[in-house]
Design a binder for this molecule. Structure first.
Ligand SMILES: Cc1cc2nc3c(=O)[nH]c(=O)nc-3n(C[C@H](O)[C@H](O)[C@H](O)COP(=O)(O)OP(=O)(O)OC[C@H]3O[C@@H](n4cnc5c(N)ncnc54)[C@H](O)[C@@H]3O)c2cc1C
Length: 444
């Protein structure tokens, strides 16, 4: 087999490792420069939350330990109110369940280097895929260095070129009735930072994901291995209170001072970041089909870009690669069957995690500060600890790679609805019969 991949991002590099292990020839074409040789931004969000689904895949390709070495564990979220009071909410049963903050750039570099260790893998940087001829299984490329435009041909094309995928755009153009829809959120994001403390270490509590929820907007901060935090402000794009209305640094600083008074003093580079860091767009992509016969297939954001509120885009992309690999194990060289089963298994789950991520935006922004919601989390935490077979929606998505995203969505939403109803009727968990609540949850 000779396989060509568009994009040496997270999914493309990982997929190349799976394929290279089979001894197949893999050529990856990446439009950007080699980030291991030049200092460039690794793209959106400096750090990412890696959890069980991603780790399961990295374990399979033998990279789990190397990647987790540079991570910071986050066993829960720390919620900050305006007065500076904080509440810690664990993500799982206890501190043994956590998500991992990792550097996007370091992760991508490790994956590219691991792929290139196979002599049957080549990565061609500064090569942009322009379009695809699916009948001939060929791609037209532009080499940015020489300016040359040329065509490559293979047995299979994999589109791992992110939310704005050239492979998907070719599918849209060439396939009558192709469905491709991006639902944009009316909120965007701006990245800010908190540098390490003087002399090293962290300026605010480490080992947590910090959230400052403010009903219609929020700030979050994830720790980095070097002691810094990457902060992300999610705010409306347009309107009276929006990124657009904060058109001077003075307005922005006053807003940050009013809303996040315990975070702002630590943001030492905020003026530069206000001017230099663009406002990013957030959208959910749903498209169909994900493949053209036995010629081409999409993986990762190219098939299902998500909003980042469940921290699952990369985890889902890695899971795509693992499942595609399992389909190859099952069907050998029958590419029609391989791609058809992969698409059937993943499309429904791509849609489910896309919906869950949007739902979690509203949960993080509006609900985490709500007393009924906090009571619900407390009750659920108690149940999770008393009954090992019960898992919250968050745990089903984040810590349970053995269940699908679509199961996590349907089961988790039923559980949440019931628990919120129960918690709205009481002032404390002690007023409830926990055994009875568990019994009803099981019946769901
Ligand atoms: C603010 C933010 C925070 C996030 N946080 C998390 C998180 O905490 N946890 C998580 O799991 N996910 C998170 N995500 C999602 C995650 O970033 C993506 O799901 C992940 O990067 C998808 O990987 P990918 O390889 O499919 O796409 P990408 O990482 O976008 O890689 C695509 C690659 O293709 C290349 N390319 C594009 N077009 C072409 C072309 N025409 N020719 C050749 N090459 C091309 C690009 O240069 C790039 O290298 C976040 C996303 C955002 C925006």
């Amino acid at each position: 087999m000779h396989i060509i991949i568009s994009g040496a991002g997270l999914a493309g590099s990982l997929m190349a490792i799976y394929l290279a292990k089979r001894g197949w020839k893999v050529d990856i074409y990446e439009s950007r420069v080699d980030m291991r040789k030049t200092t460039i931004s690794a793209g959106r969000s400096i750090n990412l939350a890696l959890s069980s689904r991603g780790i399961k895949t990295l374990h399979e390709v033998g990279l789990e330990n190397e990647i987790l070495k540079g991570s910071v564990k986050m066993p829960g979220r720390m919620v900050h109110d305006k007065a500076g009071n904080t509440v810690f909410a664990p993500y799982g049963r206890d501190n043994s369940e956590y998500i991992n903050s990792i550097s996007r750039g370091d992760l991508n570099k490790i994956l590219m280097t691991a792929a290139e260790q196979y002599e049957n893998v080549n990565i061609y940087f500064r090569h942009e895929v322009l379009n695809v001829d699916f009948d001939n299984k060929s791609m037209v490329l532009k080499d940015a260095e020489s300016g040359a435009v040329y065509t490559v041909k293979a047995d299979l094309i994999i589109g791992a070129d992110g939310a704005n995928s050239a492979i998907r755009r070719s599918m849209e153009k060439q396939m009558p009735g192709y469905i491709s829809n991006i639902a944009w959120l009316d909120h965007g994001y701006k990245e800010l930072s908190i540098p390490p403390a003087d002399g090293g270490g962290f300026r605010i509590a480490t080992d947590v994901l910090h959230i400052w929820p403010r009903a219609s907007f929020m700030l979050i901060a994830l720790p980095n291995f070097d002691g810094s935090f990457t902060c992300t402000l999610f705010y409306a794009n347009e309107g009276a209170e929006s990124f657009a209305s904060m058109d001077t640094f003075e307005k922005f600083k006053t807003f940050m001072q009013n809303e996040f008074p315990n975070a702002l003093p630590h943001m030492l580079d905020i003026e530069e970041e206000y001017h230099n860091n663009p406002v990013g767009k957030l959208g959910t992509l749903k498209c169909y089909p994900w493949r053209i016969g036995a010629s081409a297939v999409l993986v990762g954001d190219a098939a299902h870009a998500l909003v980042p509120f469940y921290g699952q885009g990369m985890n889902a992309s890695f899971e795509d690669c693992r499942i595609l690999n399992e389909c190859i194990d099952k069907y050998g060289s029958d590419w029609d069957k391989i791609l058809s089963e992969y698409e059937a298994l993943r499309k429904v789950n791509g849609d489910a995690i896309g919906d869950l991520a949007v739902e979690n935006f509203y949960e993080m922004r509006d609900k985490v500060a709500d007393p009924v919601f906090q009571l619900k989390r407390k009750l659920e935490h108690l149940i999770e600890n008393n009954y090992p077979d019960y898992r919250s929606k968050y745990a089903l998505v984040t810590f349970s790679p053995e269940v699908s995203y679509s199961y996590a969505k349907s089961q988790g939403n039923k559980q949440d609805e019931y628990l919120m109803k129960v918690c709205a009727t009481v002032n404390s968990v002690e007023e409830l019969n926990v055994d009875e609540v568990y019994r009803v949850l099981k019946s769901l």
